[in-house]
Design a protein around this ligand. Structure first.
Ligand code: 13P
Length: 336
């Protein structure tokens, strides 16, 4: 087994998942302001440290995706963040793209940037203790989108990113996110997501990426958030498994879904059913941002010094997600 495959499996084994705490300062500011907490450097690390030192980390969270600011910050007790994570039994990861920008040639779509100078930044992150990375391509669905241009350009960038990351002995999370926004049908989501993922793997292979050392981070198959034709959880689970079975090469060890705007409970319920219907060899777990942090953030905002209370809320959510990643979640476990 390759070293990269080992890291990927360590992150996702036994129902463990990934905490996506890599919000850029802009996004984190929006999140903090939504609960009326000032977005200072100190407050950002205070919230994150509260989660990273929670008891549940060692049992449920195999990896944490950090943002550039956070991986270089020290905790309250003067510890480097990657060291704290490693003491909690979790692996540090880092978001390395520099964001989605207007795509020249199709200005209503986005292309993710960050390849220039990436090789040197990766070396620096690796020295700081990161063992895996994330790059997110983003696609919107409408009658004309995603265009071939957006599908090809983002797949190309994701593949060049993944090759550079493996060259530096880290595991790339490849995240092609087809957004929930819009009134498209679940069928449209299925078709577009399949096309996007297939193109990504075509480019990954062209760039000689070792697929046994990759984690795919896709969206689930859902109708658009403004569609009048929502589908059931069961249909989402079946379509999601079908899409991945048809689009992802069998060498890939693990798939870790994003939550993409689903509520916390919805994201657990869908993941649970996906695992009940999972007839592939892929591990199917989670890499949630909002669906792991929302209620913990709301609790924390009431008293930012309530470490234990906030950690209890986070631990519950992480436990629910890990149970869902094993197909062992049920709604009555939510009533705490
Ligand atoms: P959400 O789970 O909030 O969609 O965030 C996951 C993520 O990392 C998006 O890039």
């Amino acid at each position: 087994m390759s070293e990269l495959n080992n890291i990927a499996l360590k992150i996702l084994k036994n129902g463990k998942g990934i905490l996506a705490a890599d919000e850029s300062t802009g996004t984190m500011t929006k999140r903090l302001e939504s609960v009326k907490v000032e977005s200072t450097k100190e407050n950002r690390i205070k919230f994150r440290e509260t989660l990273f030192s929670a008891k549940g980390m060692s049992e449920y969270i195999g990896g944490v995706i950090l943002y550039d600011e956070t991986i270089k910050q020290k905790t309250n007790t003067g510890k480097e963040v990657p060291r704290l994570l490693s003491e909690m039994g979790s692996i540090a990861g880092i978001k390395v793209d520099t964001g989605a920008k207007k795509l020249a040639g199709s200005p209503n779509e986005k292309i993710t940037e960050g390849l220039d100078g990436l090789r040197d930044r990766l070396k620096e992150y690796s020295k700081l203790g990161a063992q895996f990375t994330k790059w997110r391509g983003v696609y919107n669905i409408s009658k004309d989108y995603p265009s071939k241009l957006s599908i090809n350009s983002n797949a190309h960038a994701l593949a060049r990113y993944a090759a550079l990351v493996q060259e530096c002995n880290m595991v790339p999370i490849v995240e092609p996110e087809v957004l929930m926004d819009g009134d498209h049908s679940a069928d449209d989501c299925f078709k577009k997501t399949s096309e996007v993922i297939k193109k990504c793997f075509e480019e990954l292979l062209l760039n000689k990426v070792d697929l046994t050392g990759v984690i795919l981070k896709p969206n689930m198959i859902l109708a658009g958030s403004e569609s009048n034709n929502q589908i059931t959880y069961e249909e989402t689970a079946k379509l999601t498994v079908k899409c991945l079975k048809e689009s992802v090469p069998s060498e890939v060890p693990g798939i870790a879904f994003l939550s993409g705007g689903q509520t916390e409970v919805q994201a657990s319920e869908n993941l649970n059913l996906i695992n009940k219907f999972n007839d592939t060899n892929f591990i199917m777990s989670y890499s949630y941002g909002r669906a792991l942090q929302q209620s913990a953030l709301r609790h924390w905002a009431k008293d930012i010094n309530d470490v234990e209370g906030t950690q209890a809320v986070f631990d519950h959510r992480a436990k629910m997600c890990t149970l869902a990643a094993q197909g062992k979640w049920s709604k009555n476990l939510e009533n705490i």
